[in-house]
Design a protein around this ligand. Structure first.
Ligand code: SF4
Length: 337
């Protein structure tokens, strides 16, 4: 590991000022950043430690909840208000990582975690995300876990997180502080597709720092599910995951459905046109299958991950059925309902 400087920030403004220097990185839980430093992928000139900043509270805000960026994943998932009003989010967080990691990992860090593409972590491999212009070893290489949607000729990596998939259907908003003040980014606009700049995971500008995640007042406590399919039943990233929230009319037809996919793209994947297909429909496999086909339109396999297209289609139908029936996926017994 290279030598690096260290600053313990006492105020958000102090952190932002220090964070505008190139190759300075913000440190919160460190559960991804420190690994990246050990692999030599990240070689910061300095770390700005955020852990003394007053960003750890979870509080009522505008009818919803404001999740502090430094609240840990465990604190968030087990917060009684989150569990009661946003059970999808609690369930989704508990599907991620391990208990030990969730005790350390923060909400802000979870949003900003980087891809787990093996070539990104291998300093000897070609990787446009790590070294722009060096190529992409995953194209024609080991790409079983890679993206099938929104890829580019530069990069086929996936965004690895779970929490953001739930936040996508809840339509959360990300609050950031930066050199030009504060701004709010819709979750849908927070992560980005690789395009010609695969080294940019999200739309943060230099020096910007996540301070909170705002959950809207609208919650979904009856019809929701997070279905995560992976190689191991815990401590594994999603091959495909599906977050669904739904609202049903009194006659049982679908008033509103929102669906987001994880493990298939460089960002949580939502297609409003697919969700619109379900409005007014009876909750039935045929309708969910049509929505799944629309969600996956344009999907392209890379060889090793071709199976994801069929897996994703089936997972979408299954997750929609669970949400409509009010039988959310359990993250503790791990059996698919
Ligand atoms: Fe790098 Fe992206 Fe290619 Fe993986 S998929 S090797 S992260 S450029």
């Amino acid at each position: 590991m290279n030598n690096f400087g260290y600053l313990r920030a006492g105020a958000v403004a102090e952190a932002v000022q220090a964070g505008t220097t190139p190759q300075v990185r913000y440190l919160a839980g460190g559960t991804n950043l420190l690994d990246l430093m050990k692999y030599g992928v990240e070689q910061p000139v300095a770390l700005v430690d955020l852990n003394r900043l007053p960003l750890r509270t979870i509080e009522e805000h505008a009818g919803g909840l404001r999740l502090g960026a430094l609240a840990t994943n465990a604190e968030t998932a087990y917060d009684a208000r989150v569990a009661a009003r946003y059970p999808l989010l609690a369930s989704t967080i508990l599907a991620g990582a391990s208990a030990q990691l969730r005790n350390a990992a923060t909400n802000g860090g979870n949003l900003n975690q980087r891809t787990r593409c093996v070539y990104f972590y291998d300093a000897a491999a070609a990787c446009n995300k790590r070294v722009p212009g060096s190529g992409c070893a995953a194209l024609g290489g080991l790409n079983r876990g890679h993206a099938i949607l929104g890829t580019s000729a530069q990069c086929i990596a996936t965004y690895p997180g779970d929490m953001a998939v739930a936040l996508a259907v809840l339509e959360a908003r990300v609050r950031v502080a930066g050199p030009n003040g504060e701004r709010v980014i819709a979750l849908a606009d927070y992560h980005r597709l690789p395009g010609d700049e695969p080294w940019r995971d999200n739309t943060l500008q230099p020096g910007e720092l996540v301070t909170a995640i705002d959950l809207p007042a609208e919650d979904f406590t009856q019809h929701y599910t997070y279905l995560k399919l992976r190689d191991r039943l815990s401590y594994a990233f999603a091959l495909v995951s599906v977050a669904v929230v739904m609202r049903l009319e009194d006659d049982g037809s679908i008033a509103e459905a929102r669906i987001a996919l994880g493990g298939v793209a460089h960002k949580p994947w939502r297609v409003p046109a697919a969700e619109a297909l379900l409005r007014g429909q009876r909750p039935a496999p045929e309708a969910f299958g049509a929505a799944a086909s629309r969600l996956l339109a344009g999907a392209v396999g890379q060889g090793g991950n071709d199976f994801k297209m069929e897996l994703a289609h089936r997972a979408i139908v299954r997750a929609c059925q669970q949400a409509a029936a009010g039988t959310p996926q359990s993250q503790t017994d791990k059996h698919i309902q």
